[in-house]
Design a protein around this ligand. Structure first.
Ligand SMILES: [Zn+2]
Length: 145
């Protein structure tokens, strides 16, 4: 009896933590991937011409103009990755170059909030195929899979 109750509690706790993890996954204002390792958070978004757009957002996900942040994105095959540098266009940072051809390649986003700050690193596979469940691109997918 005790064992059953214990198993039930473990199941309950497991479900609860899954639900809260799911609720934390939200897309950025343009439907891009939200990078939450930095404050203010930033949205990583692939534009229609395969550039990367970084938008900083406040706690309500409203876009805020970049301040002193600097971003470097490294993407593509590890043997010859493409490095993207960013310049400010209006209230966003836009990459000078384009992402490499292909899809679902390793991507590293390095952000410094100020010139003296520690670099934060986010790694993920950049898959631009649209998820059939949430209709965001897979790199920004908010589902649990
Ligand atoms: Zn999805």
């Amino acid at each position: 009896m005790k064992t059953t109750l214990f198993a039930f509690l473990v199941l309950l706790l497991g479900t609860a933590s899954l639900v809260s993890a799911h609720e934390k996954k939200i897309a950025g204002p343009n439907g891009g991937r939200l990078l939450t390792v930095i404050e203010p958070h930033a949205e990583f978004f692939v534009t229609s011409d395969r550039k990367v757009q970084i938008t900083f957002v406040d706690d309500q996900l409203a876009p805020t103009p970049p301040a002193q942040q600097s971003v470097i994105v490294t993407a593509g095959d590890r043997s010859k990755p493409t490095t993207l540098n960013f310049t400010r266009h209006g209230d966003v940072l836009l990459s000078d170059g384009q992402l490499p051809d292909g899809n679902n390649f390793p991507t590293v986003v390095q952000i410094k909030v100020t010139p003296d700050a520690k670099t934060t690193v986010t790694r993920f596979n950049l898959n631009t195929i649209t998820c059939s469940e949430c209709s965001y691109s897979e790199y920004a997918c908010i589902c649990d899979h």
